[in-house]
Design a protein around this ligand. Structure first.
Ligand code: ATP
Ligand code: MG
Length: 218
């Protein structure tokens, strides 16, 4: 069985996440996608909703897709979530499953700042997905992946749809061009703060939850 792990703060979860996860699942023939909302660090960033809220919003968002599942592995722990530890734990408890870690170009470029990135990179296959405002060519600066400029450019201007290379430890990194969906949680939080509409950017159930719990208002 092949399972995609999709981690994030999901603060809040939106259609950019959901459409990307479904497209990756279908195109790579994954059996399911496991959504893993992060925990809340003790000194949490101002705009970060409590882990329990982000967990519940994610549950509301994915309930209609039987191939989407939710994990509380990170948000039941208090404090920081370490992706490398999460992946190790998931592999240990599910020895028969082949895991793929799905993340956007922006998030992949950020892993140098995560806990023990050089270890994470040897643990799991990666699926690096496109998102508006980020380009595959920016991956040139990543110390963890070396790909020919021509290929990165080809992905950016839609001449190439997907490209897979080997990472250390025989893990794969697949670069995947997705249908561009220009939605971000930052933009949604900004709209809420300005009292503006967030309709059609995320599932209606998530919108209702945000309103009922007065999230992201101040
Ligand atoms: P924020 O603006 O608060 O950072 P976000 O929209 O980037 O929120 P995250 O929870 O940070 O959402 O992202 C989780 C994962 O989803 C990351 O790997 C990110 O690259 C990816 N992602 C988020 N939005 C999109 C999108 N619109 N298209 C493709 N991937 C996305
Ligand atoms: Mg983000």
């Amino acid at each position: 069985m092949k399972v995609g792990i999709f981690g994030g703060t999901f603060n809040p979860i939106h259609y950019g996440h959901l459409i990307a996860a479904e497209e990756v699942r279908e195109r790579l023939g994954l059996d399911k996608i496991l959504f893993v909302p992060s925990g809340s660090p003790p000194l949490k960033a101002e705009e970060l909703a409590d882990a329990i809220h982000r967990y519940k919003m994610t549950r509301l968002a994915i309930v209609t897709n039987r191939l989407f599942e939710l994990s509380d592995i990170e948000c039941r722990r208090h404090g920081k979530s370490y992706t490398a530890k999460t992946v190790e734990e998931l592999k240990k408890t599910n020895p028969g499953i082949e895991f793929f870690f799905i993340l956007g170009i922006d998030a992949f470029l950020d892993i140098t700042n995560w806990w023990r990135p050089e270890r994470l990179i040897t643990l799991i296959n990666f699926v690096i997905i496109s998102r508006p405002d980020f380009r595959f060519i920016d991956l040139q600066v990543s110390p963890y992946i070396k790909i020919n400029r021509r290929i990165l450019k080809g992905l950016d201007n839609a001449e190439i749809e997907t490209y897979t290379i080997k990472l250390k430890n025989n893990m794969d990194a697949t670069l995947l061009r997705l249908t561009p969906i220009g939605i971000s949680s930052t933009e949604i939080r900004r709209l809420i703060k300005q009292g503006r509409s967030i309709k059609y950017l995320l599932p209606a159930e998530v919108e209702s939850y945000i309103i009922a719990n007065k999230l992201y208002k101040s």
